[in-house]
Write a protein that binds this ligand. Structure first.
Ligand SMILES: [Zn+2]
Length: 135
C-alpha cells in the first residue's frame, strides 16, 4: 500500500526545515500541536511512527509488503509508546477512531500525490514540494 515515509530529500530548501526522524521510517500527518505551533515548528512536522521524532519532509512511497493492518498496528504502537493510549483510557472504539484518523489522513495524501512526491505540511494543509528549476 502507499504510505508516507520520512525523507531527507529537499531538506533545507524551506525556512525552518528540520529532520529528526530516521530516514525511511513511516510518518503520519496527524499531530497534537502545542499552543505556539509556528514558533516551535510542530505545525510543519510529520511525526515518525518509530522514532517519535519529526521531520518537515515526507515522501509518498508504495510498500506492497505493508498491509492496512500493519499500518494500523504501527500507528497503535506509536500512540501507545508516546503515552496517548494512557490518556484515552480503555475505550477501544475511541482508540480505533484515532487510529482510523491517522490511517485515513495518510491514505488521502497518498491518493492525492503520485509515488515519489515529497510533501510538506502546514497545519492541516499538505502540499507537494519540488526542486527549484531555472531555464
Ligand atoms: Zn509545538
Amino acid at each position: 500500500m502507499r504510505v508516507l515515509i520520512a525523507t531527507n530529500e529537499l531538506q533545507s530548501t524551506a525556512d525552518g526545515d528540520y529532520s529528526f526522524t530516521v530516514e525511511g521510517e513511516l510518518v503520519t500527518p496527524i499531530v497534537a500541536q502545542c499552543h505556539t505551533p509556528d514558533d516551535c515548528g510542530c505545525s510543519r512536522g510529520f511525526p515518525g511512527l518509530a522514532s517519535s521524532r519529526a521531520t518537515t519532509t515526507a515522501m509518498v512511497v508504495d510498500r506492497p509488503f505493508i498491509t492496512l493492518d500493519d499500518l494500523r498496528d504501527v500507528v497503535r504502537d506509536s500512540l501507545e509508546r508516546d503515552g496517548w493510549l494512557d490518556l484515552l483510557g480503555p475505550d477501544a472504539a475511541e482508540i480505533d477512531e484515532i487510529i482510523d484518523e491517522h490511517v485515513e489522513a495518510i491514505d488521502e495524501i497518498c491518493r492525492t500525490f503520485t509515488v515519489g512526491t515529497i510533501v510538506e505540511r502546514h497545519g492541516t494543509l499538505v502540499r507537494s514540494r519540488s526542486y527549484r528549476t531555472a531555464a
